[in-house]
Design a protein around this ligand. Sequence first.
Ligand code: RIB
Ligand code: CA
Length: 349
Amino acid sequence: MSAGYNVEDWGPVHAIPTYHRAGAGERTAPYGTPEHPIPLIIDSDPGLDDALAIGLACASPEIRLLAVTTVGGNADVTRCTENALRLLHAYGRDDVPVAEGAAGAILGDVVRATEVHGTSGIGTTQLPEAPNQALPEGAVALIARLLAESPEPVAIAPIGPLTNIALVLRIHPHLASKISHLCLMGGSIGEGNTTASAEFNILADPEAADVVFRSGVPITMIGLDVTHQALLDRRASQRLRDTGTRSGAIAAELTDYALDRNLEWSGSLTTAIHDAVAIAHLLSPDMVAVARYHVVVDTGHGPARGRTVCDGLPFRLRRKGMEANADVGILIERSRFEDLLVNAFAKLP
Ligand code: RIB
Ligand code: CA
C-alpha cells in the first residue's frame, strides 16, 4: 500500500483547487534552442534534485551554463558548494565557475532539509574531488559581474532558497533589467511540503522570496503543483543507471536515496525531481504548462509563514486592482520529463 503522492495510485478523485482551476496560458519565460542556447546561471543548494537539475543543464545544448552559485538550504552552504564543484567535475564541466553565497536566510531561523538530502546534501554518494575551487568573489558578486558583462540579458534558475537573488536585487538594483527571467523552483498554489502552508525554498527565506516576487523581474514559479507530477520511480532510476555513464550512475544513486526516504516515510514509490522542472522549462517550449497568477509571500510568523498566496481568478484580481506577477507551473507530462532526464544523463561522461 503506498501513500504519499504516487500519481499512479491516485483514486478517481484527488485534491484539486477548491475554487479556481487555472487554464494553461502563454509562457513568458524564454527558452533555448541548440542554435540559440539561453545564457543561464543556476543558484542552488545541491541537493539531490539540484544535482539532477545541474546535470540536465550541463547536457543540454539549449543552455549556455554561465555559473552555478550556492546557497545554504538542503545542507550547509559549504557542503552545497563542495557538491556543486564535484558534480560539475563529474559531469565533465570544470569550465563552469562556482561561487558560494548566503549561508542562511536574511531574517528568521536557518532551515535545513538534511533529513531529506542527508548531512552531505547528496545522500551517501561519494564524488571524486574537483580540481577547481569556488571563486573568492562569492555568489552575489559573480552573478552581478556576469549580468553586467553579458551582451544580452541572462536567465537565472534559483532552485534553492532565494537569499542570493534578493541580495543581488538589493545591492545591484540597476542589474535587474539584465535578468531575462527568473525560473525558480519554489512555492505552491496548494499545500506546502515543509509545512502545510509552505514549500521548503520559500520557507527557508520568506523575506528574500518577498523581495523577489515584488521585484518586477519576470518570474516563472515552478511550484509543487507541477513538480509533484515530475515523479521518478525505481524503474526510472534503473534507466538512469542503464545509460552506462558515470553521471547516469550518480543520478540513479541520488534518486534511489530519495526513493528510499519516501518509501520509509510514507510508503511512496516515487520521488519528485523538483529542481529539474525549472531547467526543463528553459530548454523546451512546451514541456511545462503555466498559468498567470498574482503571487505574494506570507512573511508573517504564524502557521502560514512562507506560503505563496497565488491568486489567478481574473475578477478577484480586477476587484483588488492587482496584476499577475508570475507564470506558475501547472502541468508536465511525466513520461516526457523522465525521458528528458535519461537522454541528458546518457550524454554526460
Ligand atoms: O521543496 C523542494 C525544494 O526544496 C527543492 O529545491 C529541493 O532541492 C529542496 O531544496
Ligand atoms: Ca534545491
